[in-house]
Write a protein that binds this ligand. Sequence first.
Ligand code: HEC
Length: 281
Amino acid sequence: MKRLIVTVTLTGFAMVVAAGAWATPKDDIAQYQGYYKKRFPGVALQSYSDGVNVLPQYAARRANWELLMEFPPYEAEMDKARAEWAKPFANGKTFSDCFKNNPPATKYPYVDAKGDMRSVVGDVNRCLKANGEKPIKNLKTGKIARLVAAFKEQFNGQKMAVNVNSPAALKWYDRGKKIYWTRRGQLNFSCASCHVQNAGNQIRGDVLGAGLGQGTGFPVYRTKWMLKGKPWGTLHRRYAGCNKNVRAKPFKPQSKEYLALEFYQAVMNTGISLKVPSQRQ
Ligand code: HEC
């Protein structure tokens, strides 16, 4: 594996945002979003769905992304995705028949009546099973990502509003929050070390994007992954990549750990519109 040369200076920023077990999700959202507002005063809340592209520190490279967005490389793939989404199962039912009973994409992930965390990926596979079809095994790239994109794009422009009001949801929330702020791996970085304290700083020539908005553009179509023949990536594929970057053992896609993390991030994104899929470098 390529050696990760840490060129960021850890700012020693006290973990104010993480502090306080008493903080409610509502307080956390205000604090988290407020932090970025101060750090990047020129960046509007809504634009955080465009990832690192919106940061002033990335301005020099933004033109590349804008050029790509004129004819997004994922367009043909989205036609395929929509066809896969609409294709009836052997029994004549479709994904829409399952999903019309589920919340809108802006309320994903959500905690169900049993206390389980339900993601779009998980619900796609539930739908397949319930209709006598084989569930999809690869939860990182390919068809699963296309199906998730085909579902979520129907809610583009609508604001994230996940529900964190039940005791079960709060438990998941606390778990995700803890994972987000806990240092791990040989490099001993948390998600927040890079995406909160060092957002906008450089690491190995990359600009670190803000944690705010992460997930609202997923699944993404990524140039780096395209070169490896697997351009699509689910959010959990990306999480695994970030874990590996700090030489931490990644969790499995759809593991409780990543579901909790996805939930915590979705709560932090409250009020930011979906923009699916997205193009990334
Ligand atoms: C060593 C620094 C580092 C750490 C630690 C790290 N990441 Fe990242 N992450 C990056 C870099 C670099 C990128 C690519 C630039 C960007 O989009 O921020 C990235 C990108 C991402 C993206 C893609 C954003 C998008 O819109 O395309 C997500 C999501 C993400 N990280 C989540 C996480 C989570 C969750 C954790 C903790 C488990 C984490 N990262 C830990 C460096 C890090």
